[in-house]
Design a protein around this ligand. Sequence first.
Ligand SMILES: [Zn+2]
Length: 54
Amino acid sequence: MEVAEIEKELQHLKSRIASLQSYLQQKQKECDHVFKNNQLYEQCIKCNKVSTYF
Ligand SMILES: [Zn+2]
């Protein structure tokens, strides 16, 4: 694999990750959270959003 090819692939994956992260954030913002309690944090069973108590 050529270096240029690797860099192109990395760039592609980075922009893919960025778009997925903003998509996930949007989903978590719109979610009607159902939190499952834990001793240290609570996590939504629908969108996996974690919220800590502290
Ligand atoms: Zn949620």
